[in-house]
Design a protein around this ligand. Structure first.
Ligand code: GLU
Length: 442
């Protein structure tokens, strides 16, 4: 059987859009699933945008996501002589002709046009979208070489696919219209027509193409925000494909084993940032504890906070509490602060909701007394919980738990309150409760 060869053919701009990288992921999985080759072609003809830095961003992004490619990177600009030779061939065979054109700046030059067939139907069976057809007469002739002698996308893209012996073209469905033209080019050149799979666009919650106005649209932004590559990979895969059951978190091996291009959804893929954050949290839970702890320590140091000289058991306990509640690694920059400085920010909304209420001052002062009576050796989460439970007399611990949490951490959310109090230690917890109580009206 013929070897399956697919390619990812981005035009580097310095930023890699999540829609583009999803196409790369689908290509990669298709190749790995079928035992074929995954090629990388850099469509670097826009010299202003395709700088070495922009190309490096692309490489870094692929490496980060574990998208390894086979064979050498193929640079489109290096194949320009072939593109032009093919244009000559098309001129010689009558499939192309030259015409004088006046450009917008008033200069006149000669472009090479591809002669579209004037009758018949151009059709293909798209692996994702099904049968596609268009009347040839509805597609006008199109330019393949500019008047400055540079090859145009359609020509370069098709010739490169021929030269790279690409068997399946998996790309965004913004290229469907181009495909009708490309098929005619393949035919005119007597080359086999690859199979096509056009992927639906990623859309926002309103069904419009997902753009930077909707949130982070580029892979680099997710990386900077502390998303894990495995989670982004997994999430983008599920935007338009699922394993046929309700599994959502899959290992790379499972993805490779289960992925089928035929099962990719035709409908637009709605991007849900909350779902991505959830998925990331699932991957954060899988980080080996030692690595997670190292990440916490690194962030504490980077924030310029003193590490407090705590022992290993304290760090282990903190990490065990924090890790399952961390969705995105950058959350750590907020969730860790109160454990390393008394100068933690007070969330205005949480203060308003939980502290600025009649009776809270008295509650906090009462707690200072009661907590103060707990022996240092008994300052543990279960003991403190039992104490507050006793105060609540079965009526729910909310009136104690919420004000305490905001007072000692400045936030309305976080790890379990009693675990937090244990970690802070008696002295620190009491000092904070007292200090905050003093700022409140009775
Ligand atoms: N450079 C084109 C793009 O990024 C390539 C499209 C294709 O995969 O053929 O959209």
């Amino acid at each position: 059987m013929e070897e399956i060869r697919v390619r990812f053919a981005p035009s580097p701009t310095g930023k890699v859009h999540i829609g583009n990288i999803r196409a790369a992921i689908y290509n990669w999985l298709f190749a790995r699933h079928t035992g074929g080759k995954f090629l990388l072609r850099v469509e670097d003809t826009d010299l202003e945008r395709s700088t070495p830095e922009a190309i490096q961003v692309l490489f870094d992004c692929m490496k980060w996501l574990g998208l390894d490619y086979d064979e050498e990177v193929f640079y489109q600009t290096k194949n320009a002589p072939r593109h032009l030779a093919v244009a000559e061939q098309l001129l010689a065979s009558g499939h192309a002709y030259k015409v004088e054109r006046t450009s917008r700046d008033g200069k006149t030059g000669v472009v090479t046009m591809f002669r579209m067939p004037k009758e018949g139907t151009i059709e293909f069976d798209d692996i994702v979208k099904g049968h596609m057809a268009k009347k040839a007469e509805d597609i006008p002739d199109f330019a393949i070489v500019r008047s400055d002698g540079s090859p145009i996308f359609h020509l370069a893209n098709v010739v490169d696919d021929i030269d790279q012996r690409v068997t399946h073209i998996i790309r965004g469905d913004d290229h469907v219209e181009n495909t009708f033209k490309h098929i005619c080019l393949f035919q005119a050149l007597g080359a086999p027509i690859p199979k096509y799979g056009h992927l639906s666009m990623i859309v926002n919650q309103q069904g419009k193409p997902y753009s930077k106005r909707d949130g982070a649209a580029f892979v680099g932004e997710y990386r900077e925000q502390g998303y894990l590559p495995e989670a982004l990979f997994n999430y983008l895969l599920l935007l338009g494909w699922n394993p046929g059951d309700d599994r959502e978190v899959l290992t790379r091996e499972e993805m490779i084993r289960l992925f089928e291009l035929e099962k990719v959804h035709v409908t637009a893929a709605m991007f849900d940032p909350k779902k991505l954050a959830w998925m990331n949290g699932e991957y954060v839970k899988m980080i080996p504890p030692a690595d997670f702890q190292a990440e916490m320590r690194r962030r504490v140091a980077a924030a310029g906070l003193a590490d407090g000289g705590h022992d290993a058991a304290w760090w282990d306990y903190l990490a065990a509490q924090i890790q399952p509640r961390t969705k995105v690694l950058n959350d750590l920059d907020t969730s860790l602060t109160c454990f390393f400085t008394d100068d933690y920010p007070m969330d205005a909304k949480a203060v308003e909701k939980r502290l600025k209420k009649p009776g809270v001052k008295a509650t906090l002062l009462d707690l200072v007394t009661r907590f103060g009576a707990v022996a240092a050796a008994d300052w543990t989460a279960p003991n403190l919980e039992a104490l507050v439970k006793g105060l609540s007399q079965g009526g729910g611990m909310g009136p104690w738990v919420h004000p305490i949490r905001v007072a000692v951490s400045g936030r309305g959310e976080g790890i379990g309150l009693f675990e937090m109090l244990q970690l802070l230690g008696k002295e620190t917890a009491l000092a904070r409760l007292g200090k905050v109580a003093a700022t409140l009206e009775p």
